[in-house]
Design a binder for this molecule. Structure first.
Ligand code: PNS
Length: 159
């Protein structure tokens, strides 16, 4: 069985992320969404909140599961026997950092392959950071995040 890992901070998951998850789920036997827990960033949402929000958003995709991971990505990939890492590429600006990470992961473990998928054009400008910034200043984020994330953000009113 070919399992791919889609890792990220997902703070919070956006419709751009969800689009990659849905498309990857059609291409691979199983997609594991890996939520990073030990980010040095100060997330708006806890790892458990981020995980639960993704779980709700992907509940209709039977071959998608959501896990939390800490430490090195390659260690998790090897431990779980994952075939490849999937990342979304929004623009040329993403490429440099993604190439750096893919190369480092391959250096750490030669079996760690990274596959890139182009983000859908309607989400090419979208990021979790921008969603949070727009939300903080009272801007409209409908259509940018899954409905459950939209509702959760408005309920929690976290800034
Ligand atoms: O959504 P993000 O914050 O861009 O995701 C970045 C992520 C989680 C993919 C990256 O930070 C990562 O893999 N972190 C785990 C630690 C690690 O393995 N670092 C070396 C990667 S080159």
């Amino acid at each position: 069985m070919k399992t791919v890992l889609y890792p990220g901070s997902f703070d919070p998951v956006t419709n751009g992320h969800l689009d990659i998850i849905k498309r990857a789920s059609k291409m691979f036997d199983e997609v594991t969404v890996g939520v990073l827990v030990n980010s040095q960033k100060s997330p708006m949402f806890t790892a458990d909140e981020r995980t639960a929000l993704i779980q709700e958003a992907v509940k209709d995709l039977p071959n998608v599961k959501v896990v939390q991971f800490g430490g090195l990505l390659v260690d998790y990939v090897v431990k779980e026997g994952i075939t490849a890492i999937v990342k979304g590429l929004r623009a040329i600006s993403d490429f440099e950092m993604e190439l750096q990470m893919a190369s480092m992961n391959k250096k750490l473990n030669d079996d760690a392959e990274t596959i890139f998928m182009m983000t859908a054009t309607e989400y090419s400008y979208l990021s979790s950071s921008l969603v949070k910034e727009v939300f903080r200043f009272g801007g409209e984020i409908e259509g940018l995040v899954p409905t459950n994330v939209y509702q959760y953000m408005h309920t929690k009113k976290r800034v």
